[in-house]
Design a protein around this ligand. Structure first.
Ligand code: ADP
Ligand code: ZN
Length: 814
């Protein structure tokens, strides 16, 4: 891949005439997956790595913004980053302007960017652009303030004051003297001075004319509080760590003191004192003069955690979506200026410009929300691990229900450790768990009821007692499963012990759910989220011959049902699709203050259950496995129920959790209700192993989309051909073999290197008029996938041209 522009064939001698003695390499935010060399005129030199520049780009030389990623003669160590004068010097284009005073990213973050670009198959320029918040790039909230200082030598001040005629002028000079404003570093705000002395601009102007004082413009940032208000917390008394916590802390101390990279999974049930341990570990790191980053799922940032951390640490910066642009910029600048040593934030806080990191904590490491679903499609947890490695820092992953990937890393990777907190700190009773079998209420009630009769009964009682309730619904309304209302039969996969998920075929458009008649069913497929096999849905139930039904549950439908059944109750709905940060915080506050009786929403609410007056939680449908067409569905189901069980009942009032399900015998639901994490993991791993899925194998998805289906299909075929060519050329053995693992988990001789599946319709085969198809790549080693994509990147894009998204380690296959 040539890194040099070849669109002009003039020799370089000409370039020298314009006094451009420097060459830098630039990565643009455009989709161009390469870097370009540019000349820098002397008058804007120096340019440093990590600064943004504006430069003419493309055939039309339109000015584009890009990051300087290398400077000629300043090697970054690894190959490909050094900007060098090309041997056969072509005329390079010239940088127009440097946009930042200081580099936005340091060497460590640059290296992290290169890793993300390579691992997640994303152009470097796009990665860099995503690492710096938009608010920072725009300079949100930045104002220029006029400041003044004394421009005469200190020894001459008294004399000057005596010589001055105006009383106000004298006052100003004395004032500046008394405050020590003698240089550009120690200026005073002009307004501040005028106000203190009660005078106009006039005397200042006079003094400036006489060159006794100087006026300078200084950029200042509005300093804004970033800690969400409300939900005040009581200061914590001196907590004495229990035996398990003490052991864990000793372990962390050893790791932190070693100044070597390592990772620890802190596996502890909710309320086992994990957060308390985080703060203690941070204290250790701060004592060593290093800093810490704490990542939380976006949603958890509203809860007490932020306040708990802010109460504990003085120099803390917060980054979450509830901040305004200026707040966000202020927080970032604070970190950059070295005024923070603890950063707490959501996924993207992993890019905080914090130097000298000694510890990175990822709370709720199993959370799918750590995965970004737009480019760069990184997983915040995995980037955190990489950053810790680059910084020689320790990384703590905390969870009550760790992901299977992390559990497996603990067994297979040398630098992974496992620490357990087996007990709740305070012996709170677990809430009462009630399973509601939705199949039995089906048919006895008219229409589709999201709120079963037992749940409705309890809801009435709760409202009568002026207590509160939370109703959780699955993520979105598009998901369906196929179920016979007369004999309760559900469609199962022939290869796996899973329920098939219905999804609409490309011919079926519109948002409306198909109803019970058999006619519509021909327009859909049933897909197994384990082995990805798909079948047409039969028109009649194969067991009893009656029709099939499809159930679609949506949060909107729930809201309507609540309004119908509980017209008096004050209800509110929260879901990630419809809510932006600030509204979300407002609703939570209203609920916390008792202005809302019933809060309904997606499972994002499961993390906010810190409300003492909540005595009822209803999981409208625990069958995530049915609704989420993904092999991690069982894991999500288990996590959701465990989370709710752990969170509810946090006060003296006893709580009840209603778990509504169509599949009361499903292992994930059973294990979750009995709180058997080990049992669940064992069961789930069996399936994963049999189907070559994570954590045993690695996964990548290529999702392609276009409005024209035929075009899309042609492009997908080309993509598949290309992949096949690469795997053949690179000697990767492709075989569609399943169950290839022997008992001990090692895979059989003969080297099954990579499995390529598809193209096939994506689980959601059409979004916003775009048809979607996917190719899934599975390999036992991450390196194999990397190798394949490196080769793929070096080739030309497939024709016909369609949108291509590459998702490495996908978290949801949608
Ligand atoms: P987790 O993060 O695992 O849910 P926390 O650290 O939030 O657990 O602890 C739960 C509650 O118990 C908090 O209110 C915390 O202040 C308190 N706590 C933590 N450790 C102790 C301890 N050793 N003794 C008493 N209270 C504790
Ligand atoms: Zn299957």
């Amino acid at each position: 891949m040539s890194k040099y522009q070849t669109d002009s064939l003039f020799e370089a001698e000409q370039a020298d005439k314009t006094a451009c003695h420097h060459i830098i390499r630039v990565a643009f935010e455009t989709a161009a997956d390469r870097e370009f060399d540019y000349l820098v005129p002397d008058e804007i030199w120096p340019v440093r790595v990590g600064q943004r520049v504006e430069a003419p780009f493309g055939k039309k030389d339109k000015l584009q913004v890009g990051f300087c990623v290398a400077v000629e003669g300043e090697g970054q160590g690894d190959k490909g980053t050094k900007a060098q004068r090309p041997k056969k010097a072509f005329k390079l284009k010239t940088i127009e302007k440097v946009l930042d005073k200081e580099p936005l990213l340091d060497a460590e973050l640059m290296e992290l960017a290169r890793w993300i670009s390579s691992y997640y198959v994303c152009p470097l320029g796009q990665v860099l652009a995503a690492m710096v918040p938009g608010a920072v790039k725009k300079g949100a909230g930045v104002r220029t303030q006029r400041c003044i200082y004394l421009a005469i030598s200190t020894s001459g001040i008294e004399e000057t004051i005596q010589q001055l005629r105006g009383k106000k002028q004298k006052q100003i000079v004395s004032f500046l003297q008394s405050r020590g404003a003698f240089s550009t570093e120690t200026t005073l705000g002009l307004q501040e001075v005028l106000q203190a002395l009660g005078c106009t601009n006039q005397p200042v102007k006079k003094l400036a004319e006489k060159q006794i004082i100087k006026i300078v413009g200084k950029t200042i940032l509005k300093s804004l509080p970033a800690i969400p208000k409300g939900m005040a917390i009581k200061p914590e008394e001196d907590i004495v760590l229990n035996e398990y916590q003490q052991k864990a802390l000793t372990f962390f101390k050893e790791k932190i003191d070693s100044k070597q990279f390592s990772v620890t999974l802190l596996h502890g049930v909710t309320d086992s004192g994990k957060t308390e341990l985080y703060t203690r570990a941070i204290e250790l790191v701060l004592k060593k003069g290093r800093g810490a980053i704490v990542l939380l799922p976006e949603i958890a940032l509203t809860a007490q955690t932020v306040q708990r951390f802010s109460a504990r640490f003085e120099k803390i910066a917060v980054m979450h979506s509830g901040l305004t642009a200026s707040q966000r910029n202020a927080q970032w600048q604070k970190i950059k200026a070295g005024q923070a040593n603890v950063v707490i934030g959501a996924r993207s806080a992993v890019f905080a410009p914090l130097p000298g990191i000694g510890l990175i904590i990822v709370d709720e490491e199993h959370e799918p929300s750590y995965k970004q679903d737009t480019v760069p499609r990184y997983n915040g947890r995995d980037v955190a691990i990489k950053r810790a490695q680059l910084a020689n820092a320790h990384c703590i992953l905390g969870s009550a229900t760790p992901s299977l990937e992390t559990l497996s890393n603990c067994q297979s990777k040398k630098y992974f450790n496992l620490v357990r907190l087996p007990k709740r700190v305070m012996d709170l009773p677990m809430p009462e768990m009630k399973l509601v079998d939705l199949r039995s209420s089906w048919g006895t009630q008219k229409g589709i009821n999201l709120i079963s009769e037992p749940l409705a009964e309890r809801l009435k009682e709760v409202l009568a007692k002026k207590e509160q309730a939370i109703l959780l619904l699955n993520r979105r309304g598009y998901s369906n499963f196929v179920f016979c209302p007369s004999c309760k039969h559900t469609l199962h996969c022939q290869n796996c012990d899973t329920t098939l998920t219905f999804h609409k075929s490309k011919t079926f458009s519109g948002e409306q759910m198909p109803t019970i008649t058999g006619k519509h069913l021909r327009h859909g497929y049933a897909i197994c989220h384990y082995c990805l096999s798909q079948t047409l849905v039969p028109e009649k139930c194969p067991v009893c011959g009656a029709g099939f039904a499809m159930i679609g549950l949506g949060s909107q439908r729930l809201e309507e049902e609540l309004a119908r059944k509980f017209p008096e109750a004050r209800t509110s709905r929260v879901d990630s699709d419809s809510m932006r940060g600030k509204d979300y915080y407002r609703v939570l506050r209203d609920f916390s203050d008792g202005r809302i009786d019933i809060l309904a929403g997606t499972q994002m609410l499961a993390k906010g259950l810190h409300f003492p007056n909540v005595t009822l939680v209803g999981i409208i449908s625990a069958d995530t496995s049915l609704y989420l067409p993904d092999f991690r569905a069982n894991e999500r189901t288990f996590q959701l129920i465990s989370q709710v069980a752990g969170r509810a009942g946090r006060s003296a009032k006893k709580g009840t959790v209603f778990v509504q399900t169509f599949l009361p015998n499903q292992p994930a639901i059973q294990f979750a209700i009995s709180g058997d994490f080990g049992g669940f993991v064992k069961e789930e791993l069996k399936h994963r192993k049999a189907c070559n899925l994570p954590p045993f194998w690695r996964l990548a998805a290529i999702v392609m989309r276009d409005r024209n289906f035929d075009k899309l299909e042609a492009a997908c075929k080309k993509m598949r051909e290309k992949i096949d060519q690469i795997t053949e050329r690179d000697g990767l053995v492709r075989r569609l073999v399943r169950h290839s693992f022997s008992e001990d988990g090692s895979f059989s001789e003969g080297g099954l290197d990579v499995v390529v599946r598809g193209p096939m319709p994506a689980v959601i085969s059409r979004i916003q008029r775009f048809h979607r198809m996917q190719i899934i790549i599975q390999a036992p080693q991450a390196e194999t996938i990397q190798q394949l994509f490196t080769s793929l990147r070096a080739t030309r894009p497939v024709r016909p041209k369609v949108m291509v998204a590459i998702d490495i380690d996908p978290v949801n296959l949608l």
